[in-house]
Ligand binder design. Sequence first.
Ligand code: UDP
Ligand code: MG
Length: 321
Amino acid sequence: MISLVVPAYNEEAGIEELYRRVCSAAPAWNDDWELLVVDDGSSDRTLEILERLATTDARLKVVALSRNFGHQPAVSAGLQHASGSIVCVLDADLQDPPEALLPFIQKVRDGMDVVYAIRTHRKEGPFKRMAYHVYYRLLKRLATLDIPLDAGDFCVMRGEVVQAINQLPERNRFIRGLRTWVGYQQTGLAYERAARYAGEPKYTLRSLFKLASDGIINFSYRPLQAIMLLGFMVGVAAIAMGLIFLAQYIWDFPIMGYKPREARGWTSLILVLLFSSAVQLFCIGILGEYIGRLFEETKRRPIYLVKRRIGVGKPEELTGT
Ligand code: UDP
Ligand code: MG
């Protein structure tokens, strides 16, 4: 069976059209299907429309969240309720048209585990386009993982991969990162992202920023490492400067026409200052390393995932799954 996971927040203007478009695109897939819409606490008639449609069609399934939790939590809820052996994630606004799914499904049937969509053209304004462009490149440089460029959440996955993602216990979920993290055979397929069918974008600038920082912070250690490196570098510089000022005091030579013995107390003062700041910066660097590790541990991701076992069974004590 094919599951279509669709998060919807205040999409009353387009949700029925989505259902119709899925119904008309579905025969090409040659399989049973379910359309699993996660209503993310909509305050408009979205849920009402879904309830009405669901009474006449058992293939439409609805999970209604108790309030607006955001796009990524809504997708997570959908992935946990999907039962298909092939799972597609798409937006409710028809920016990822159901008709475009066929080649993705085909690739999964041919053996791929994840086929994600690479956006070639965006229909957003130039500012947003540029922000996305810069962000994805920044993420690629910072992330310790090779998260593909310009790939959104629109994708088709094999059921096993969805189960692997569902098992990851971290709470700030950046789905496209987790999807990359679980591994398996992944490939991208280019597609042209359509304009929104109806309504306004539901992502606010703030929620986009949260998404962007989740992406970088959950998948990168580099900002912390940069602070550590800076701390050590400045610490070493502080010690070197301290030695120079000490030598200057002992042998009484001028630096830029200035002799420390003429201003009593200056050398001892600057030495104390440099020494204490060097100690602090070193210590912050060490703390950074521990915090980074604590963070890795609190995410509680498995250490590894096994794709296949040949000749050995599952070990009793599981360290990975
Ligand atoms: N969405 C959601 N909860 C939210 C915000 C968005 O479920 O808090 C859904 C929304 O209904 C849509 C999808 O997530 O189906 C993508 O949202 P949007 O179109 O605003 O994002 P964009 O296409 O601009 O990235
Ligand atoms: Mg959209």
